[in-house]
Each structure stands twice: as structure tokens, then as C-alpha cells.
Design a binder for this molecule. Sequence first.
Ligand code: HEC
Length: 163
Amino acid sequence: MRFHVWISVLLVVTLAGAAGCRKHAETAKGDPLLTAYDTEVDWTDAQHVIPLSYEQAQGKRIFYQQCVWCHADATPAGPSNRSNLTPVPPLLNDGATLNAESDEYMLNIVTLGGTAMGKSAMMPPYGRMLSTGEIRSVIAFARAIAQPSYQPPARAGSQYSAK
Ligand code: HEC
């Protein structure tokens, strides 16, 4: 009789424990912010926090070191230089402009600079300063924060453009 009571207690404790664990795992899985490496507050909506993958988080770090001065309106040091430039560079989250550009075009203009791609010479070449992986991570960050949001091309081949 006593033995049975103990078995029941043990069962209840084990089941409760298992249920607890499962519940915990579900919460972590359900909320991408809990598993993100970093986050970025949506530039167009302060209530919206965007979770960043490891690669996107690396891109964010590089963006705030190299690009923020011309591709954002506010910088860690105050207002940016952006509005003084002609043509005015697109904000990095400008999906209306950048969503239409392929990853390869973005990689090329950041690596080679504006002149090489028929754009303003005010866009510096970063090929000697940043690795291809680092440049790809900035592009990944741009895609993550894009408004309207970025949809990757449906076919792998369609990302290559002659632009
Ligand atoms: C000194 C200012 C400056 C800095 C710093 C700078 N850019 Fe630019 N960027 C520009 C200008 C100016 C353009 C060209 C706009 C045009 O010709 O329409 C441009 C263009 C671009 C474009 C192409 C946009 C398009 O519509 O074709 C991308 C992508 C870009 N920059 C990304 C970056 C990244 C990533 C960094 C940092 C690694 C960076 N830029 C740093 C000024 C800058």
C-alpha cells in the first residue's frame, strides 16, 4: 500500500517536471527575441523590435562603425551627414529602394564603391577594409531591418543581376 503511494508521488513529480521543461522550451522557441544574438529597434516604428541572427548582428556592428554616418539620420555621435550629401544616400532600411537590388549588386557597390557602379563617388569602396563575409553581413542586416520588409527572390538564380 505504502509502496503504491510512493510510486504515485514519484509519478506526479516526474510528470510535473517534464511538463515544466516542455513549457520552458516552448516559450524560448515561440519568441524569436529570446534566441536572437542582438536586436534593432525598427527605424520606422519604435514599438517594433527586430530580432537579429548572428550574421545580422555582425552586420549591425559594422554598420554602426562604417556606414551610419551617411546611411542613417541619427548616429551615435548625433545627427548624421546624410542630408548634406547630393545625391542623398538611401537609409539602410529603405526597402522601397534596396529591396529591388540584388545581394550581388549590394556586395559590388560596397566592395568597389559608387564610382565603379555608376553611382556617386561619395560612396566609398570597402573592399580593402572589410572582408566579403563582413560586407555580406551588413547586407544581411539591411535585409533584416528593411521597411517595407525584404522578401528573398523565389529562385536562387534571380538574385544575380547585371546592374
Ligand atoms: C561618406 C558617406 C557614405 C558612407 C560612409 C557609406 N555610404 Fe553607401 N552610399 C553613399 C552615397 C552618396 C551613395 C550613392 C547614392 C546614389 O548615387 O544614388 C551610396 C550608395 C550605397 C548603396 C547603393 C544604393 C543604391 O540605391 O544603389 C549601398 C547598398 C550602400 N551605399 C551601402 C553602404 C554600406 C553598407 C556602407 C558601410 C559599409 C556605406 N554605404 C557607407 C554614401 C556613403
